[in-house]
Ligand binder design. Structure first.
Ligand SMILES: NC(=O)C1=CN([C@@H]2O[C@H](COP(=O)(O)OP(=O)(O)OC[C@H]3O[C@@H](n4cnc5c(N)ncnc54)[C@H](OP(=O)(O)O)[C@@H]3O)[C@@H](O)[C@H]2O)C=CC1
Ligand SMILES: O=C(O)C1=N[C@H](C(=O)O)C[C@H](O)C1
Length: 265
């Protein structure tokens, strides 16, 4: 099997560190570079990564042109991640994006660009297989339960709310859910935000606490019964098998795929 050359944006981050370990330990991957906004010209080995040899770039074009990756894994922030994905596609490099918080317009723009370039691009709000199943099971349940609220719970260093997973879950539920506004028609928030975010009448509540990693509960209610579908990531290793399969699959695609559920058998 041909080795896939990988660059990682955000290598010092919580997810980036795990992705560096994956890319340097996986036999079929070669970690060729890292993209940071600090540490220009250093090597990851200077930054505490033992037995890892990859140059750190702060300029994305220089990174892509000099290190020639096949795939750019992005695990940064929404603003930066969008720019990275765009620049990767323009330079013939396939993005695998775990960064969340992209707008619908940004996703559409990247989809159009990937199609024009005939390049694969994977945007996965959640790489954990259990989370993907939670979303799929919720989508199935929505056919029978049209009243649903999503509670997502994350560590308190998370920048975006609601989480990318919660938004994707709501979008998938929407494909099967009868269109309706939930709660009492005259309900009033006596404190702003009490009912959470509203996506087509569905409510999403975001909890941020130290001690948490990534957790989500999807609650369905009907007369005399509730159904709860819950997923918990207790470490960031839980996301890495999804990153691996995304890097392998993106090499075979010529368009953008949004969501890991679309590439898993
Ligand atoms: N799809 C999935 O399964 C998952 C997705 N995520 C998402 O991944 C993203 C990263 O999460 P997490 O690792 O927890 O966040 P961190 O804050 O730990 O990591 C982000 C990293 O990006 C770096 N960074 C900031 N700007 C740039 C830039 N211009 N170029 C390169 N690197 C930059 C930051 O550096 P500095 O700290 O110096 O600013 C930091 O090291 C988030 O959007 C999160 O929602 C997280 C977990 C799972
Ligand atoms: O920031 C995180 O940590 C996570 N972000 C993703 C999201 O926004 O859904 C995936 C996972 O929930 C962890």
């Amino acid at each position: 099997m041909k080795t896939i050359k990988v660059a990682i944006a955000g290598p010092r981050g919580r997810m980036g560190k795990e992705a560096v370990a994956l890319a340097s330990n996986e036999e079929s991957f070669e970690l060729v570079s890292a993209l940071d906004h600090k540490n220009e010209g250093k090597n990851l080995s200077d930054l505490g990564f033992t037995d890892v040899d990859a140059t750190v770039f702060t300029d994305i074009e220089q990174c892509l042109i000099e290190s020639k990756p096949d795939v750019l894994i992005d695990l940064t922030t929404p603003e930066v991640g969008f720019k990275h994905a765009k620049t990767a596609l323009l330079n013939g490099v396939r993005p695998v994006v775990g960064t969340t918080g992209f707008t619908k317009e940004q996703l559409d723009e990247l989809k159009q660009m990937a199609e024009e370039k005939g390049l694969g691009c994977i945007i996965a709000p959640n790489f954990a297989i259990g989370a993907v199943l939670m979303m799929k099971f919720s989508q199935m349940a929505a056919k029978y339960f049209s009243d649903v609220e999503i509670i997502e719970m994350h560590h308190d260093q998370k920048l975006d709310a609601p989480s990318g997973t919660a938004v994707k879950t709501a979008e998938m539920i929407n494909e099967n859910r009868e269109n309706k506004s939930q709660g009492h028609p005259n309900e009033k928030e006596t404190m702003a935000g009490a009912r959470g975010a509203d996506l087509d009448g569905m409510h999403i509540h975001s909890v941020r606490l130290p001690g948490l990693i990534a957790h989500q509960q999807v609650l369905f209610g009907a007369d005399g019964q509730t159904l709860t579908i819950r997923h918990d990531s207790y470490n960031r290793q839980s996301f890495m098998s999804g990153v691996k399969v995304s890097v392998e699959t993106v090499m075979k695609l010529d368009t953008l795929v949004y969501g890991l559920e679309n590439i898993l058998d």
